[in-house]
Design a protein around this ligand. Structure first.
Ligand code: ATP
Length: 392
């Protein structure tokens, strides 16, 4: 099977190059494997260009089999670029792109979801931990997990052309997560590690985002579902048209975490999601019994709730069960609404600029004035290239 090795020297703590030179390339060599191509990226977008070029070259000269392997040293953003470059190319229909990921990025959500680290802090300094997907490629080439794709389309006001769709394999979000990702890029130089996400979150925690949302069913659902903690299962949701404001709105695919220890959608593993569905985590402040109106004072006071509850994602996903204080002990409504569905529409309020940001795997896009976004899990991947991850 054709093999290309690519790493991004600029991601994470910038140690991809020495890690590949010292560990990955020698490991391949010790198994008698010489890659057809070895590339260190030199600029944004380069990984997509080289993998795309590699696939085209191989399939121009052979008709079958249409499988290639990519050893990719990066974070989620570089993988996002590769998927976005390749997925919509009609000439790559039916090609299988099998990825051996080496987690060299900052968050490494996809890798740490498939290879949950025993100790989050130590994980990325542990050479053997980082080589798990490469070892799966070397030792058991048949063992792969499919990587599902979400397609987000940016709709313009009537009469205008839509922008090119953006694909994601990890996270699609608006509200606090999109706002903090927008800020965190500016902090990358100063804070190369995970702390830049926390700093950016603190800066944005007091914002509420005015929008309305329509949840869309997956092909296997009659209607979108909501998590019912009492039965520990998903049940049909009576509410699928959600009115804001929103403090938090985030959906995931393929992952249960955004960082090794930040389990934002833990139910995607404990109650496995059927193909074609995404898990959506939402906080709407006006559901709180103590919030009377959308005022600056209420926003500032509510930031503490958002902060504390979302901190539960660092405690194994405790946010999923958090409640507002109520009449009796544990009687208030749930803070987090946890949905499972096929996708969603996000219609931002025209005057709320912050509500126009959408994050797809770290890439920030802005919805045009008067426009809206629609994100759906791809359910007809026939005619597209398929992505798979070597797993243990
Ligand atoms: N040689 C390069 N110099 C500068 N930037 C690069 C280079 N090669 C790739 N990039 C860009 O680096 C950015 C960051 O990469 P990536 O998202 O994979 O890492 P990360 O942000 O550290 O990790 P994560 O996404 O897991 O948090 C990507 O947008 C990619 O386009």
């Amino acid at each position: 099977m054709p093999l290309i090795v690519v790493w991004n020297p600029a991601c994470g703590d910038r140690t991809a190059e020495p890690f590949f030179e010292s560990h990955v390339l020698p490991l391949l060599s010790s198994h008698g494997i010489t890659p057809d191509s070895v590339v260190e990226t030199t600029h944004e977008g380069h990984a997509g260009e080289v993998v795309g070029g590699f696939v085209q070259t191989h399939f121009a000269s052979s008709s079958s089999p249409k499988d290639i392997s990519v050893v990719l040293g990066s974070g989620d953003g570089t993988l996002h670029e590769v998927i976005n470059d390749l997925y919509l190319q009609p000439s790559l229909s039916g090609v299988k792109i099998r990825l051996a990921l080496v987690p060299c990025g900052t968050a490494n959500a996809l890798y740490s979801s498939f290879f949950p680290p025993p100790a989050p802090d130590a994980a990325l300094k542990d050479t053997e931990y980082k080589l798990k997907s490469v070892r799966a490629f070397l030792e058991d080439r048949g063992k792969v997990a499919p990587v599902s794709i979400s397609v987000t389309q940016f709709k313009k006001p009537r009469g205008d052309e839509d922008k090119k769709p953006v694909l994601s394999a990890v996270v699609t979000s608006t509200s606090l997560h999109a706002a903090l990702l927008n800020d965190s890029e500016k902090l990358r130089e100063q804070y190369p590690g995970l702390e830049r996400f926390k700093i950016a979150a603190e800066r944005n925690a007091k914002k509420w985002f005015k929008a309305r949302v329509k949840l869309l069913p997956s092909p296997s659902q009659a209607t979108p579902e909501i998590y019912d903690p009492a039965s520990n299962s998903f049940i049909p949701s009576s509410d699928t048209e959600l009115v804001g404001p929103f403090a938090y709105f985030l959906s995931t695919l393929n992952v249960d975490r955004l960082e090794p220890a930040f389990l934002i959608t833990p139910l995607s593993r404990s109650i496995p999601a059927p193909a074609g569905s995404t898990d959506v985590v939402i906080i709407r402040p006006t559901r709180s019994p103590s919030v009377q109106a959308d005022t600056q004072e209420e926003r500032e006071a509510f930031a503490k709730t958002t902060w504390e509850v979302m901190g539960g994602a660092y405690q194994g996903g405790a946010h999923v069960k958090a409640r507002y204080p109520g009449e009796g002990e544990d009687e208030g409504p749930r803070v987090v609404e946890y949905f499972r569905c096929g996708g969603w529409e996000w219609h931002p309020h025209q005057e709320d600029g912050d509500a126009h940001l959408v994050c797809t795997d770290g890439l920030i896009s802005r919805i045009d004035e008067g426009g809206w976004a629609e994100s759906r899990v791809e359910t007809e991947p026939a005619g597209r290239p398929g992505f798979e991850l070597y797993v243990a």
